[in-house]
Design a protein around this ligand. Structure first.
Ligand code: ATP
Length: 237
């Protein structure tokens, strides 16, 4: 049974049909990437999974648990971590306070501390800045904090929306290294990326969205070699 399964999911925003029957699976242990041009429906797919938009049709399953009509906080508690586009951290709270808010269902202080140390091992820069206000971090550090906060719940699957957006190339490299390390440590990841080249390098499989529909899918290496993907997303002629 897949860890996550979308069955013919539709999403409407008023008259706009953003998703027109998306079906996809993510197996436990995989990195799966969703590629597509602006407006293809990548963010809407992640928002539907985390309950931030309600599908007008279709089903979303986390193994045998139906997520389709659950509230966002229930979906988080069931094991879906979502790092939205644009790093929404709490700017006035410190790095540590931001991380602790991520573990909102955990009561055991020692457990919270242990998870925080794991986040600091992934992102040593955050450890050095643990008392600094989130809003004063650089863009890359804020992205690290947003990922770290989602990890504090030890999600069964992590949804990452454009983690490399707006980052300098060296930071893009390090974010992708962290994605691979997290996956090696056992986290399943659904990754939305504009940087298709990097996404296909780290992912096991991928799906290509066009205007609310999946038009291609397969192993990442096959997608990277596909002339249609190369022409549309990898900048090849
Ligand atoms: P991008 O890469 O630009 O973030 P995307 O693939 O993530 O794009 P979505 O953000 O899912 O695409 O948007 C899919 C479609 O739904 C677009 O046509 C968008 O304009 C529309 N849409 C998204 N959110 C809303 C909303 N809140 N109200 C109305 N239309 C919306």
């Amino acid at each position: 049974m897949p860890l996550l399964e979308l069955q013919r999911v539709h999403v409407h925003y008023g008259p706009i049909q953003a998703l027109k029957g998306i079906s996809l699976t993510v197996e436990s242990g995989e990195i799966v990437t969703l590629l597509g041009a602006n407006g293809a429906g990548k963010t809407s797919t992640l928002r539907a999974i985390s309950g931030l938009v309600r599908p007008s049709a279709g089903r979303i399953l986390l193994q045998d648990v139906d997520l389709t009509h659950r509230k966002p906080h229930e979906i988080v508690a069931l094991g879906v971590g979502h790092v939205p586009e644009g790093r929404r951290i709490f700017p006035r709270l410190s790095v540590e306070e931001n991380l602790r808010l991520g573990a909102f269902t955990v009561r055991d202080r020692a457990e919270i501390a242990r998870r925080q140390e794991y986040v600091f091992s992934l992102f040593p820069r955050l450890a050095e800045r643990r008392h600094q206000a989130g809003g004063t971090l650089s863009g890359g550090e804020q992205q690290m904090l947003a990922i770290g906060r989602a990890l504090m719940m030890q999600p069964r699957i992590l949804l990452l929306d454009e983690p490399s957006m707006g980052l300098a190339p060296v930071l893009v490299e390090s974010i992708f290294e962290v994605i691979q390390r997290l996956n090696r440590d056992g986290t399943t990841i659904l990754l939305v990326e504009q940087n298709a080249r990097m996404a296909l390098e780290v992912a096991h499989r991928g799906y290509v969205l066009e205007t609310g529909r999946i038009v291609l899918s397969g192993p990442a290496a096959e997608l990277a070699a596909d002339p249609r993907v190369q022409a549309a997303y990898l900048g090849a002629a």
